[in-house]
Design a protein around this ligand. Sequence first.
Ligand SMILES: [Zn+2]
Length: 435
Amino acid sequence: MSRTSIHVVVGFLSALVLTGSLTTERSAAQAPANGATALTNVRIIDGTGAAPVERGTIVTSNGRITAAGASVQVPAGATRVDFTGKTVMPGMVNAHAHVQNLTKSMPMRDDLVRRLRLYAAYGITTAVSLGQVDTAEQMEVVRLRDEQDRGPLDRARVYTSGPSIRGLKTMDEVRQTVDRYVDQKVDRIKTHVTPQMTPDQYAALIEQAHKRGMRVNAHIFTLDEAKMVLERGVDVIAHSVRDRDVDQALINAMKARNVGYIPTLTRDLSLVVYQSTPAFFKEPFFQRGMAVYEEQVKVLSSPERQAKFRADPQTKMIEKALEQGTRNLKLLSDAGVTIAMGTDSGTDEGRWQGYFEQVEVEMMVKAGLTPMQAIVAATGAAARVSKLDHVGTIAAGKAADLVVLDANPLQDIRNLRQINSVWVAGRRMGTTGTN
Ligand SMILES: [Zn+2]
């Protein structure tokens, strides 16, 4: 066989594999039309922190949960799915994600959609994108968001802040930028706290956003930055405080207005873990995402790139910051501050959409949270902090976004990886890379 024909055959085979997996995905996505589906004999972790229900039933219809609990009647004609021995929890909500077009070798929309499918395959059924690269990308994400309530959904839900607001010069500019993003139909505002903008400008930003009905999420690093925006009315602290221990004043300020806190521990992990090739590159659970991850895995596996991480003074600084952030997560959780899972995945190199949300939850447990606290942070609390009332918990009226697990994550948080199936708006998704 000539070189060319081998090439053609290989190309044909990989096309076949691709088409094959897409077809499976489509047929696996059951569309029960308007009919009801009942998941029976399941352990239900409802995302609120309540004790799990054993051998419960969840009924869904039209993309919504219509009933859930221990003594639920299965409506006549409903499709029954017996999930004896399985645990069902709400699809996870990433309160600090990024849904960005990082791969330039395909149309923007295709890249964004495959990333949302990847999130869903890992059990993350809602991604709150706190930062877009530019207007074109922002508009595409807004379109995807608006489409998701109209038809059958085969990917994670997405919400967006538009680009993070930073480095503006005047109060007028700040207010006009907020107005522009709101007019372009973002559903929240994100800002980076840096010395380039004055506290008064942050006050104006927050005031303008609130006037337009938007909540403000702030990127911070230090305790002082967190306090500065808290005093000016910010709604969400979107990263860990990483320079020193949090104090009672911060705790009081956060609790007084129920401001949520998103640790993004894996964001810092991504700045320290590629000094050598991380062991997780070899994990089958990571490799499920390889179709999307491959491009960056190659870059981060290169000895030159790893040497650069080792030589960069930032690496040592972030190692300390990660330790501090981990410690502050436990302090704030113990103090009763609302913790929401978020990762910053989908931005820079090595922030793996899907895989890192799983690692984030595991790191929360390593920080000292109970598995139940970490699960609540990744479901009900993340939805509350993101003001998304229709997702994050299992109750009548909520979206039928569910993760079915083969093992109980309350016994071992790593059982979150034992994904049996993921359901979005009542439809069973394919698990990209595995079928
Ligand atoms: Zn971010």
